[in-house]
Design a protein around this ligand. Structure first.
Ligand code: ATP
Ligand code: MG
Length: 441
């Protein structure tokens, strides 16, 4: 992409309304624009990252056996009356009346709708297990939308729903999502720690929040440092096989949010391994048994000829919130530092002196990098070099290639690693092969 033809509205001033660094940097880097409280337009740079995050989430859901569909944002109030949540949900739900006076709502979540879809088609245990997911915009009229995309009113969520014939099988479905989540966040370069979370009236131990440690996080958390050293399950994990060993290793070290915090149990952790910190909830997995299937009559025939309500779980990931979490975990004083896998572009190519001999060198590098599968943002604008450097640092692409007249005289360009700050002079050919080898998939 040529910057001269792109839309990257960078802000020079620090926006006053932004209280935390990720919100500030997203506004300054021209990724989002607030249209109403907690409601954002996603500008081109922002939408590129959102798409990359969504793609990783989708790939790992599918790897774990979940099947993608797409449910609408607008739902009928009647479904929610069946579950009893239409009244219970309260003011967070945005209620709408259509021209025929029918009561509708903008979905804050989809348990009712997915249960309705399930009961319309599935009758037998033979069709199970089933896990259906989608990535769709949600609306929750949060009392205090804040911190940009971190707590929005309109936000993008991945939500999956599992269906099993009994609790034991539902536990396996839960374990699959647990492992999928570990892999998903790891692929984004994030350490998200599964922490015991509240299961509400259902009880049991099948609810975990996945938390990214950050001083600006809304949750207070307590953990045993050992959990940070655990290895993420590999791509080769057999999701049909027994996952309990992985789950045991990840649930043995102490890790809990303040709601589930147990001082006595935390007291057993060695003093030098205790961490109390703050964190951002990026995902939540939950087994809720037959809560919705009972209320909504979603039953399957068992092998023995009887009918049972199906056992369900739901599994959310805050896709848009992840941008905030990623920036909280990856930035410095100059701006964002994207992990390779979610960077909006891989490389920023800076032409130091458009209109000079740098043009042809840049054009050639630009074409060859793109042909080699490297995503390039080419700053071909005729503006001050200092401003170009500052913008590139701000938007945080993993590498920069600087092409200037002086370097070119000795046949070299500069390659800068945004994360380490390391700069290296090399020939354009060497720069090309280095970056193609890093980013080609
Ligand atoms: P929270 O406690 O942060 O309000 P929640 O328990 O209401 O979260 P879930 O209903 O489990 O959240 O939703 C699944 C995921 O969606 C959460 O883990 C979070 O990452 C994301 N999420 C929830 N509410 C918002 C919001 N207002 N803005 C952005 N992301 C959100
Ligand atoms: Mg909430």
């Amino acid at each position: 992409m040529r910057l001269s033809r792109y839309f990257l509205p960078i802000l020079k001033e620090n926006p006053k309304e932004a209280e935390i660094v990720s919100h500030r940097l997203m506004l300054r880097a021209g990724m989002i624009r607030q249209q109403s409280a907690g409601i954002y337009a996603w500008l081109p740079l922002g939408v590129r990252v959102l798409d990359k995050i969504q793609k990783i989430v989708e790939e790992e859901q599918k790897r774990a056996g979940a099947v993608q569909l797409l449910m609408p944002t607008i739902q009928s109030a009647d479904l929610w009356r069946e579950s009893g949540r239409y009244e219970a949900y309260g003011k967070e739900m945005l209620r709408i009346t259509d021209r025929h006076e029918r009561e509708m709502l903008y979905g804050p979540t989809n348990e009712e709708m997915i249960t309705d879809i399930f009961r319309s088609y599935v009758r037998s245990y033979k069709d199970l297990p089933l896990n259906l997911f989608h990535v769709q915009w949600k609306f929750r009229d949060e009392v205090r939308p804040r911190f940009g995309v971190m707590r929005g009113r309109e936000f993008l969520m991945k939500d999956a729903y599992s269906f099993d014939v009994d609790q034991e099988r539902a536990r396996h479905a839960y374990n699959r999502m647990f492992v999928a989540y570990l892999r998903t966040f790891k692929r984004m370069g994030l350490t998200a720690i599964p922490m015991k979370a509240d299961t509400g009236p259902i009880g049991g131990d099948l609810s975990h929040e996945f938390i990214v440690l950050a001083s600006t996080g809304e949750s207070e958390v307590f953990l045993d440092k050992d959990i940070l050293a655990l290895e993420t399950p590999s791509e080769a994990t057999d999701f049909d096989g027994d996952l309990s060993e992985i789950i045991t290793s990840w649930t043995t070290p102490y890790a809990a949010t303040d709601e589930m915090h147990d001082e006595a149990a935390f007291g057993q952790v060695a003093e030098d391994k205790k961490v109390s910190a703050r964190g951002i909830e990026v995902g939540h997995i939950f087994y809720f048994g037959t809560k919705y299937s009972d209320a909504m009559g979603a039953k399957v025939a068992t092998g023995e000829g009887s009918e049972v309500p199906v056992h369900m779980g739901s599994y959310g990931i805050g896709v848009s919130r992840l941008l905030g979490a990623l920036i909280e975990a990856n930035h410095d004083d100059d701006g964002i530092i994207w992990p390779d896998s979610v960077a909006p572009f891989h490389v920023g190519l800076i032409n130091m002196k458009p209109g000079s001999e740098t043009d042809s060198a840049c054009e050639e590098l630009y074409a060859k990098l793109e042909a080699g599968g490297v995503e390039v943002l080419y700053d071909d604008r005729d503006t001050r070099a200092g401003a170009k450097f500052a913008s590139m640092d701000l938007i945080g692409l993993p590498y920069q290639i600087v092409v200037g007249p002086r370097g070119l005289k000795s046949g070299e360009v500069e390659v800068k690693n945004r994360r380490t700050g390391e700069k290296e002079m090399m020939t354009p050919e060497a720069a090309l092969s280095k970056l193609v080898s890093v980013f080609a998939d």
